[in-house]
Design a protein around this ligand. Structure first.
Ligand code: CA
Length: 226
């Protein structure tokens, strides 16, 4: 597993590089945003760890440019402060996960391994709880029953499933819906209406859509008996 670590703090990046190598990863280090962008666009990595506060080109800009060229590259962003704005901006720019400094190395390692598991390609049908979701045949099943979804509900569920265990922001939902002409455009209220409808359709499926206040929504497996 080949990681690009973009971090300008020399002490932190030295420590992280050696810990990551000990954990079995290959690591390349970029000390600023310009080098990070150059390497990420030129080389192939399994994963990127990207500090948002980078000199020359800031981490968010790097992320946006790289995301456009490499939509499937898993990216974990590091934020200096526990700032909601930074996290939201990072998620909106296409980060798959974030970690707030300071953090313990075992937490970083656990998140990187989870990211790698999540982004590895599987079969065409996504399975979660009772739900089977097949993009090729455009069919969603709950157990043995066909789940009827409107185009927007389909897109919403697709997004939630793709980012399972990660927050989907309202901005991401609006982006996913931007190309859809099947229903009249609406603001944030209509997202809430669709979330509500989808929740009702998923009742009894073992899946729950959790509202993360100020951030967005998260699809997760319900605990047994909950
Ligand atoms: Ca920094």
């Amino acid at each position: 597993m080949n990681i690009l670590l973009a971090e300008d703090d020399a002490i932190l990046s030295d420590a992280l590089s050696s810990q990551l190598r000990e954990a079995g990863f290959e690591v390349e280090h970029a000390p600023n945003g310009a080098v990070a962008e150059y390497l990420l666009l030129k080389q192939t990595y399994d994963l990127a760890v990207l500090d948002l506060g980078l000199p020359m080109v800031d981490g968010l800009t790097v992320l946006k440019r790289v995301r456009a060229a490499k939509p499937t590259l898993p990216v974990l962003v590091l934020t200096a402060l526990d700032s909601l704005d930074d996290r939201v901006a990072g998620l909106n720019a296409g980060a798959d996960d974030y970690l707030t400094k300071p953090f313990d190395f075992p937490e970083l390692e656990a998140r990187l391994r989870a990211l790698l598991r999540r982004t590895r390609p599987a079969g065409t049908a996504l399975e979660m709880g009772q739900l089977s979701f097949d993009r090729d045949t455009r069919r969603a099943m709950l157990g043995t029953e066909l789940l009827e979804l409107s185009p927007r509900e389909w897109m919403l569920l697709d997004l939630l499933l793709t980012q399972r265990d990660r927050v989907v922001t309202k901005e991401q939902i609006n982006q996913a819906w931007a190309t859809d002409r099947s229903e009249a455009p609406g603001g944030n209220n209509s997202i809430e209406v669709y979330i509500h409808r989808l929740r009702r359709k998923l009742e009894g499926s073992g899946l729950a859509i959790r509202t993360v206040r100020g951030l967005g929504y998260l699809l997760e497996a319900e605990l047994a008996g909950a």
